[in-house]
Design a protein around this ligand. Structure first.
Ligand SMILES: Nc1ncnc2c1ncn2[C@@H]1O[C@H](COP(=O)(O)OP(=O)(O)OP(=O)(O)O)[C@@H](O)[C@H]1O
Ligand SMILES: [Mg+2]
Length: 509
C-alpha cells in the first residue's frame, strides 16, 4: 500500500548527494512525494516507516550494497517496485537484480528522462499488479560468478540477462535459440548456475554428436543384454542427473523416436532404461538449445509438435552478433584479457584501425568466430598491439580494407607537379625502390613529405607513424643489402632497437 493513495511516494537511496538532489528535483516536479536515504541501512529504515511505491536504489554504496539492500527490501516491502541504479553494469549484477526481484535496472550515467519514464512504468506496474501472489525473494542464494563470463552491454543482451535472472530460480523449461556461435551453451550454463539447483549436477548432452541408435541408452541407460554390445548395465544421464539440470544441446538434431521418450520424461517425470519395463522417477530440469528452425521442422513433421510446445515454455532468442555490433569492442577486450590470463603473457591490445575493421565485419560465425579470430590475430601479432596487418586477409577483403593494395603509382605529369610543389614545401628524399605489390607505402623519387603524409593517411587512416617507420626501416635495409650495422647507423638507432623493430614489423627477409 502506498503511503498516500493519490501521491505516490518514491524513495531514493544513493550515497551521491548530487544525484539524490537531481532525482528529487525532477521527481518532485512531477508531484511525487520524494524521500531520501544516503545509505542502504538508512534506506531500509525509511522504507519500513514510509512504505514507498517505488525505490530507486544505488548499487555501489559504502556499507550495504544495493543488491544486499534489494534482498532486504523485497522481503520487508513486497509492494515496492525497486529500480537498481548502477555504474558498474556487469552481467552478474543485472542477473542478480532481476533474480532478487528488482522491477528493472538502469546503468549510470543515465538520462533523467529515462529514469523518469522507468519510474512511471514502475508506478503503473505497482498499481496494476496483484502483488499478493508475488514470490518471496530467494534467501541465501548467492549466485556464483559466471565462469567464463558473458559479455554484452547491448540492450538485446541486457534483456537476455534479465530473462536469465527471471527464469533461473523456477524449474521452468527454457529453450535457447540463435545462430551458431551466439552463446547458447553459455546462456544455458548461466541459467543453471543461477538456479536453485546450482549445487546439483549439470549434464550437457550434445544430441548431434551421439548416433541415433546410442542416444536413448545415453540418456536413459540400458540393461545388460538389452542389445548387441550391451555387456553391462548402464545408468543414463537422466538418472545420473536426478535433482539437477540436463541441457539437451542441438535438440533439433534428435531423432523422432528419441523425442517421444524425452516428452515422456518431461510429462511424467519418469524414464525407462532400454531393455527394461521398470519405470524410474526422475526429477530433472530441462534446458534445450538449437540453431535449427524448429517451427519449420514442426511443419515438416521432423520435430514433434507436442515436444516443441513442452520445450518452448520460455524462449530465449539470442540475437546474432551483427545485430549488436556495439558489443564487439567489449568482446574483443574480453577475449584479449582472458588470453592474457590463460597464457600469463602481458595483455595485448588492438589498434583502433584493426578494431574498426572488426566493427565492420558481419560475423556469420558470431561470437565463436570473433573469439577464434581475435585469439589467432593476437598470437600472430609480433608486437603487443594487433594491427590491421595481423587480421586475416578474408576479413580485410570483406570489409573493404585491403592493406595489400599498392598505393597507385603516379604518372609523369603528377610527378613533375609534385616536383614543382617540392620547391615550396620542405621535402625529404626517399631512396628510390620499385613499387612492390606487398607494400602499403611506396617510396617515390623526389616525393615531398606532405605527399608521403597524405598517402599514409589515405592508406592507413591511423597509426601512420608506425607504418612510416616500418617503411623507412625496410627501405634502409634494402639500400644497404640487409647489413644491420649499416642500416642502424643510417637510421640513427642501436642495432638492438633495429632488431626489435624488424621483429615487430616482420622485416626478417
Ligand atoms: N556473450 C558472450 N560473452 C563471452 N563469450 C561468449 C558470448 N557468447 C558466446 N561466447 C563464446 O563464444 C563461443 C561460442 O558460444 P557457444 O558455444 O555458447 O555458442 P552456441 O550458440 O552454443 O553455438 P552452436 O549453435 O554452434 O553450438 C564460446 O566459446 C563462448 O564462450
Ligand atoms: Mg552450442
Amino acid at each position: 500500500m502506498a503511503a498516500t493513495l493519490d501521491t505516490p511516494t518514491i524513495l531514493v537511496i544513493d550515497d551521491d548527494d548530487d544525484l539524490r538532489y537531481s532525482l528529487k528535483r525532477v521527481l518532485s516536479a512531477r508531484k511525487y512525494n520524494v524521500i531520501e536515504a544516503n545509505s542502504g541501512e538508512a534506506g531500509l529504515e525509511m522504507a519500513e516507516s514510509h512504505s514507498p511505491d517505488v525505490i530507486l536504489l544505488d548499487n555501489r554504496m559504502g556499507g550495504m550494497s544495493g543488491i544486499e539492500a534489494l534482498q532486504h527490501l523485497r522481503g520487508a516491502n513486497p509492494n515496492a517496485m525497486i529500480i537498481l541504479m548502477t555504474a558498474y553494469g556487469t552481467t552478474q549484477t543485472t542477473i542478480e537484480a532481476m533474480k532478487f526481484g528488482a522491477f528493472d535496472y538502469i546503468m549510470k550515467p543515465f538520462d533523467l528522462k529515462k529514469i523518469l519514464s522507468l519510474t512511471e512504468s514502475a508506478l503503473a506496474a505497482s498499481s496494476d499488479m496483484d502483488r499478493a501472489s508475488q514470490e518471496e525473494p530467494i534467501e541465501g542464494v548467492t549466485a556464483e560468478e559466471i565462469e567464463g563470463g558473458i559479455i554484452g552491454s547491448s540492450s538485446a543482451m541486457q534483456n537476455v540477462f534479465k530473462m536469465i535472472g527471471q527464469v533461473a530460480a523456477s524449474d521452468v523449461t527454457v529453450m535457447v535459440t540463435g545462430e551458431s556461435g551466439t552463446g547458447k551453451e553459455l546462456i544455458a550454463r548461466a541459467i543453471f548456475q543461477n538456479s536453485l539447483r546450482a549445487q546439483k549436477p549439470y549434464i550437457a548432452v550434445n544430441c548431434a554428436a551421439i548416433p541415433d541408435n546410442l542416444i536413448e541408452s545415453e540418456l536413459f541407460g540400458h540393461e545388460k543384454g538389452a542389445f548387441t554390445g550391451a555387456t553391462n548395465q548402464r545408468i543414463g544421464k537422466f538418472e545420473l542427473c536426478d535433482g539437477g539440470t540436463i541441457f539437451l544441446d542441438e535438440i533439433g538434431d534428435m531423432a523422432l523416436a528419441t523425442q517421444t521418450k524425452i516428452l515422456r520424461a518431461l510429462q511424467e517425470g519418469e524414464i525407462q532404461r532400454v531393455g527394461s519395463s521398470e519405470t524410474i522417477k526422475v526429477d530433472v530440469r530441462l534446458l534445450a538449445a538449437t540453431n535449427k528452425p524448429l517451427e519449420e521442422m514442426v511443419k515438416e513433421k521432423t520435430f514433434r509438435e507436442d515436444l516443441y510446445y513442452r520445450l518452448n515454455v520460455v524462449r530465449i532468442q539470442l540475437p546474432p552478433l551483427r545485430q549488436r555490433m556495439e558489443d564487439v569492442p567489449l568482446l574483443v577486450d574480453f577475449v584479449l584479457k582472458r588470453l592474457a590470463r590463460d597464457s600469463k603473457a602481458g595483455t595485448k591490445t588492438i589498434s583502433p584501425e584493426a578494431l574498426s575493421a572488426l566493427s565492420k565485419y558481419n560475423w556469420p560465425g558470431n561470437v565463436r568466430e570473433l573469439e577464434n579470430l581475435v585469439y589467432r590475430s593476437a598470437v600472430m601479432a609480433q608486437s603487443d598491439t594487433i594491427l590491421l596487418k595481423d587480421l586475416p586477409e578474408e576479413l580485410l577483403a570483406a570489409v573493404g580494407c585491403d592493406i595489400t593494395t599498392p598505393v597507385p603509382s603516379l604518372d609523369d605529369e603528377t610527378l613533375s607537379n609534385i616536383d614543382d610543389r617540392a620547391q615550396n614545401v620542405g621535402s625529404i628524399e626517399v631512396p628510390h625502390v620499385e613499387a612492390s605489390a606487398e607494400q602499403g607505402l611506396v617510396g617515390l623519387p623526389g616525393q615531398p613529405f606532405t605527399e608521403v603524409y597524405q598517402q599514409l593517411r589515405d592508406a592507413h587512416g591511423t597509426n601512420i607513424l608506425e607504418h612510416a617507420e616500418r617503411e623507412i626501416i625496410r627501405l634502409t635495409l634494402e639500400e644497404v643489402g640487409g647489413k644491420q650495422v649499416k642500416a642502424a647507423e643510417i637510421l640513427g638507432m642501436t642495432r638492438a632497437t633495429l632488431r626489435k623493430r624488424m621483429d615487430q614489423y616482420d622485416l626478417q627477409k
